[in-house]
Design a protein around this ligand. Structure first.
Ligand code: PMV
Length: 313
């Protein structure tokens, strides 16, 4: 039996604009993981059991657009293997919440299969395989989710043609506390990315201006992180969130949580990921976290996670 796991991810700055070639910063989120075990199957063929998703898939029977079956087939082709296998998928990462659950499950499948066949794949090879299934989940993904999860490193990502993305590790000079509040609303990234594309097609100049503003915020944030100037991060998050609002991907629930957390002392907040639901990030001082947590729970957050970004695992 072999096991593969993968972390979730958090986009700190730059979502949506990253689809249009601007940089974004993302970090691994190791508290929540997806996990896959692979073992030999006595019956014929390959079966995938994903209890959390309530699914049992016989790989040969599925349509080509089933993401779990697709990543299994792609990985076996890449490894040059075929066998009768049983895969058990489990994940602590909530679906459609901005934590990269789809990419994490796919990455865990690739790692588990590589380990089962005693092969090793580079982070870049894993990321390229997972990107294929990201297209099934997301339509036109930038590639940031599969990259940060496959590398499990804080990165600055710029979308380029596949295989040529700019992926740079980022330096976080001083760890900082992030409070992550879940709106409890699942919001498929495919929908918000599609809506932003429609807006961009209607009014490309306005959208390009917003994307440029986001790109500039990302560069400022990268500098602030590198120099330990964490006091700037809250304000940069506020500005990034205003730009995301201008793209139409916030929602009443997100705004309600941000208002409550800000009143309780968070110096900045923004949605993270596709938006309209999913998670909101709050930049807080460690000793403020409990007060902000209580405030956002009162305002309706489904759950709250407090994590420190930039500490070695
Ligand atoms: O919703 P998530 O966590 O999958 O993040 C999506 C990030 C976007 O920039 C909105 C889309 C993308 O492919 O980069």
């Amino acid at each position: 039996m072999s096991v593969g796991t993968a972390c979730g991810k958090i986009i700190l700055f730059g979502e949506h604009a990253v689809v249009y070639g601007r940089p974004a910063l993302a970090v691994p989120f190791s508290e929540l993981r997806a996990s896959v075990t692979v073992k030999a199957r006595t019956g014929q063929g390959i079966v995938i059991r994903a209890r959390d998703l309530g699914r049992e898939i016989l790989v040969g029977d599925t349509a080509r657009d089933d993401a779990l079956a697709a990543i299994t087939r792609l990985t076996l082709d890449k490894l040059g293997k075929s066998d009768n296998l049983e895969l058990e998928v489990s994940s602590e990462i909530p679906l459609a919440s901005g934590f990269g659950s789809g990419a994490a499950i796919s990455t865990a499948i690739v790692r588990a299969l590589a380990s089962y066949f005693n092969s090793s794949l580079t982070p870049d090879e894993i990321s390229t395989l997972v990107f294929e299934t990201e297209k099934l989940y997301h339509g036109t993904p930038s590639g940031i989710d599969n990259t940060v999860i496959a590398y499990e490193q804080a990165i600055r990502f710029v979308r380029r043609p596949i295989g040529e993305h700019e992926i740079l590790p980022i330096h976080i000079a001083r760890p900082f506390t992030l409070l992550i509040a879940d709106t409890g609303i699942a919001s498929p990234t495919k929908v918000t990315v599609g809506d932003v594309r429609q807006g961009w097609e209607r009014d490309p100049e306005r959208y390009e201006r917003v994307f440029d503003a986001i790109g500039a915020i990302v560069s400022e944030a990268q500098d602030a992180l590198a120099h330990g100037e964490n006091a700037q991060l809250g304000e940069l998050m506020r500005r990034n969130h205003q730009a995301l609002r201008a793209l139409g991907v916030s929602s009443d629930e997100i705004e309600r949580l941000i208002a409550a957390g800000s009143r309780a002392g968070a110096s900045g907040a923004k949605l993270s990921g596709g938006g309209r639901g999913g998670n909101v990030l709050f930049f807080v001082e460690a000793d403020e976290a409990n007060v902000v947590r209580a405030a956002v729970l009162r305002a309706g957050a489904a759950r709250v996670i407090v994590t420190v970004i930039g500490e070695k695992a």
